[in-house]
Ligand binder design. Structure first.
Ligand code: S3P
Length: 450
């Protein structure tokens, strides 16, 4: 994608109370999967509430390149005419997954057991990220991958002509790797088994069942044992994509630290594999009411009423909670800076291989904003300065990382002096309406640097 071709500086100023209702766009993980599973079903899958962020649009283009018909009927309203498991056609050109690790890893999985060759690339951020974690299990099915040094993109994957099913224990807690293996297992005969020691987001399993695949989960001493029966006929579905809890984290956190705020964030997922941030915030003393619990689009959701919380305390975040809040550590570290006392985040080394090295990016930006931090390979510690206590006055580097950009802009809404980011353009990958939504609540953002 070319969205990052020109940097877009942005500055957040100390903002008045945030008030109103924040309608968060569709979940990114579920949006990718709706397009991919729709492409692997025979017939028309209808999707409502699809996130129209650049990451997901890149996956839509990729599914077209593999032969599915993907069309937009209206805002968030999409249709996919799928070609069936094993029905992909070889793409005529390189597949560009832009900024999206989820996109490229899941798509490698779903073509790896079909006899075809595809070459993948992405933006400067994605080209730095490790693909070996996916190509290694895919090679067990019989696929081959040829990439740059260290398993980096661009990379060519030659799908297995005669795939065999696989039993694979995940060496890292990664839903992307789990999903790539399950997707590859769809076109292999027999049972493919993935074992995860720590539970990661379970959208693939839930949605594959909805599309008619046989997927079972057994909880054992080894961890979750997930078994998929290969070569199903996937049936097209109507998918209502719920709102993204990882995007909701930004207005929720902003309301907690901007004095006088009181906002409503409807339909935030309470899926136990995604809700770690919300548990952590409540433990810190955040005033969040979870109202009207119900099921939407197959996910448990609640409406969150969030008020400025002047009594938040730093905590030790349990390391085993990391998979359920993996994308939320950057914004948690901002909330921690406005709490009293130390917040310790251990077991977070996976943050170093996200869209950027998020431990480093947050540590440097917080330090520049006057906050004391400590880090090691697997840990980030933030020393809170209390409500309104962060000096700010920094320009933070976002390293093509949407969540780093949004985290520092939220920081600037409550800091004493403005906080700028060098490039807010990556925000379009996951939360294209961030600027309008936040200013609508009362935040002050300006499209320049200070
Ligand atoms: C995702 C899984 C997580 C997460 C990413 C989305 C997914 O990555 O960080 O934003 O949709 O499966 P890992 O599986 O690499 O932890």
């Amino acid at each position: 994608m070319s969205a990052h071709a020109s940097a877009q500086p942005m500055t957040a100023l100390k903002s008045g109370p945030l008030r109103g209702t924040a309608l968060i766009p569709g979940d990114k993980s579920i949006s990718h999967r709706a397009l991919i599973f729709g492409a692997m079903a025979v017939g028309e899958t209808r999707i409502t509430g699809l996130l129209e962020g650049q990451d997901v649009l890149d996956t839509a283009s990729a599914m077209r390149a593999f032969g599915a018909e993907v069309t937009q009927a209206g805002p968030g309203d999409w249709s996919v005419h799928g070609v069936g498991v094993g029905g992909f056609r070889e793409p005529a050109d390189v597949i560009d997954c832009g900024n999206s690790g989820t996109g490229v890893r899941l798509i490698m999985g779903c073509m790896a057991t079909t006899a075809m060759t595809a070459t993948f690339t992405g933006d400067a951020s994605l080209r730095k990220r490790p693909m070996g974690r996916v190509t290694e299990p895919l090679s067990l099915f019989g696929a081959q991958a040829y990439g740059r040094h260290g398993g980096r993109l661009p990379m060519t994957v030659v799908g297995a002509a005669n795939p065999v099913p696989v039993r694979y224990a995940l060496p890292v807690a990664s839903a992307q790797v789990k999903s790539a293996v399950l997707l590859a297992g769809l076109n292999a005969p027999g049972e493919t088994v993935v074992i995860e020691r720590e539970a990661t987001r379970d959208h693939s399993e839930r949605m594959l069942r909805g599309f008619g695949a046989e997927v079972t989960l057994e909880k054992t001493a080894e961890g979750n044992v997930i078994t998929l029966v290969g070569q199903p006929d996937l049936r097209p579905q109507t998918v209502a994509v719920p709102r993204d809890p990882s995007s909701a984290a930004f207005p929720v956190s902003a309301a907690l630290i901007v004095e006088g705020s009181d906002i409503l964030v409807p339909g935030v997922s309470q899926n136990l594999t995604r809700n770690g941030l919300y548990l952590t915030l409540v433990e810190m003393g955040a005033e969040i009411d979870f109202q009207n619990p119900r099921t939407e689009g197959g996910e448990p959701v609640a409406d969150l009423r969030v008020r400025f919380s002047g009594n938040m305390k730093g905590i030790e975040v349990p390391p085993e909670r990391a998979p359920s809040m993996i994308d939320e550590y950057p914004i948690l570290s901002v909330v921690a800076a406005f709490a009293t006392g130390r917040t310790v985040m251990r077991g977070v080394k996976e943050l170093r291989v996200k869209e950027s090295d998020r431990i480093d990016a947050m540590a440097r930006g917080l330090e520049a904003s006057g906050v004391r931090v400590e880090e090691d390979a697997d840990t980030l510690i933030v020393y809170g300065m209390g409500p309104g206590g962060v000096p700010g006055g920094a320009t933070c580097a976002t390293h093509l990382d949407h969540r780093i950009a949004m985290s520092f802009l939220v920081c600037g809404m409550a800091a004493k002096k403005p906080v700028s980011v060098d490039d807010a353009s990556p925000i379009v990958t996951s939360f294209p309406i961030f600027e309008g939504l936040m200013t609508g609540l009362g935040a002050t953002l300006s499209r320049d640097s200070r």
